[in-house]
Ligand binder design. Sequence first.
Ligand code: NAD
Length: 336
Amino acid sequence: MKVACFSTKSYDERFLSAVAKDRAHEFQFLEARLDASTVRLAEGSEAVCVFVNDDLNAEVIAGLAGVGVRFIVLRCAGFNNVDIDAATKHRILVARVPRYSPHAVAEHTVGLILTLNRKIHKAYNRVRENNFSIDGLLGFDLNGRSFGIIGTGAIGIVLAKIMNGFGCDVLLFDPYPSDQARVWGRYTELEELLRSSDLVSLHCPLTEDTYHLINADRVEQMKPGAILVNTSRGGLIDAGAVIAGLKSGHLGGVALDVYEEESGVFFEDLSQQIMQDDVLSRLMTFPNVLVTSHQAFFTQDALETIAATTLANLDAMVSNNPTDDEKENQVNAIAT
Ligand code: NAD
């Protein structure tokens, strides 16, 4: 089967090619992002392979169906960028990689927190210029601090375990509490978590219910000086409300690996261009804001699993004979 692979970077090609070499699928690696203007590139392919910032809205899905695409495989867990109802209507089967490495994302989250709190990024630059002063690099102990986790699925549980190991009082919120998470922390109401936590980290999916979960009211509810961390999806945060919270000093710091308008910016080298996004530019002017470019997933282990699961999803879709795991990866079950 021919597979048009959108938003391809060199590392995608490397890891997917390694797994695909002995398989019956022929990948066409495309740098273009999938949207209404690029959908025709899928012509001649039965499947498309996409990532977080490809835009598979109803128009794009109709376009894919029009050129004969029957399968969509996501190289990621979140599928908020795919109109699932439209895919189902056009009898296009959608599969994702729900668990490639919760450790990769949880560990990057911890990296962001330690960097922001202990100002390691500033220290790195200072010592390279022979400035060995530690003035301005003051942090705080994580031990004994309250750490709030919103969303206690695969990533939230790993993070809860790690932060418990740091000696934090781990507070949890999830509409579907899990016994695995309870081992490392205690569930509270969302409001109590926001009011009590010195750090708040987001690990729920982006849905209609969670869009702008952190808005002006919720920023206000947060403990003065608290640090907000988002390695989940940009749309969970109203960036304007966060900027207001930073300007007033109510928020003590913000670490972001995702940003609502990241599409077309994150993953790209724009160093020779003028930044057009004033909100992102403003965010990056704060000394207590740390931004990474959606790299929390980016470990060798995760890319190997993503490639292997993507190929397994394609095999299962074509044979229409998925294992239980592969069935679970299929977001919309359609009898083909
Ligand atoms: P998961 O499905 O295992 O867990 C998500 C949890 O969120 C579930 O327990 C669910 O009940 C909970 N949830 C749903 N609605 C909620 C709400 N309103 N409030 C609180 N919790 C709610 O997912 P996961 O594997 O832990 O991944 C979490 C998210 O991380 C993904 O949806 C994805 O957007 C993001 N992610 C980011 C990266 C990255 O590179 N930055 C990589 C992988 C995943």
